[in-house]
Design a protein around this ligand. Sequence first.
Ligand code: ZN
Length: 55
Amino acid sequence: MPTPTLYHTNSLEYEPKHRNVHHNNENCPDGKRIKKEHRVEGTGNKPLCDECKKL
Ligand SMILES: [Zn+2]
């Protein structure tokens, strides 16, 4: 299964600042910290993460 382009996480393992954003880039350092099993497809109605904005 291909990995989705837009993803986020709802896992409480992550700090709110990482939980309350979504990512649109596979190379995002914060996005990479999300484990596969914690990834959720889509934005989750969360704002784009700051690191992804720079990429
Ligand atoms: Zn990101």
